[in-house]
Design a protein around this ligand. Sequence first.
Ligand code: HEC
Length: 157
Amino acid sequence: MKLTSVTLAAALIGSAAFAAEVGPKEVKFNDDSAIEMSLTGVAGDAANGAVIMATRSKGNCVACHQITALSAPFQGNVGPSLDGASDRWSAGELRGLVVNAKMMFEGSVMPAFYRVDGFTRPGDGYTGKAGTEPLPPILTAQEIEDVVAFLTTLKDE
Ligand code: HEC
């Protein structure tokens, strides 16, 4: 009897966490181009966020930004240094910037990391026509939260 209720509770918690995830099309920006609510309701893992930011196939933020706290080589200067980013931006603004920087900076070259429509689609390898399958966002909701968690650690002393 006891085991059953524990299992049920675990199942309920699991589905509640799933239902709480905000999909790329449901993201709500406020008037300051910020997203106040967590996309997942699960606290971000800053250490994993640092890995994502330095990984070419994930955030690859270091291709355009210099970040002293990351030891990644060959950091770019297309965008501003992210040192002290959390002194300049709130967590909600940082989330908004990573989800879709074009909300804050119109025409930005920074990729929208949590978006599935509204951009030119890559063509099919054989026909050259745009594909029809929905493209997944570059980062998952939890990866966005992890990156935001790392960005909020970037303070100037
Ligand atoms: C293709 C280049 C490019 C990539 C990749 C890129 N950014 Fe940016 N980012 C920019 C540019 C350029 C700006 C400056 C705003 C503008 O004018 O577009 C910017 C601005 C920002 C800002 C605000 C700058 C400030 O004042 O602190 C943050 C925060 C930021 N980016 C975070 C990230 C994160 C996190 C990633 C990876 C997940 C990332 N960027 C990937 C180009 C890039």
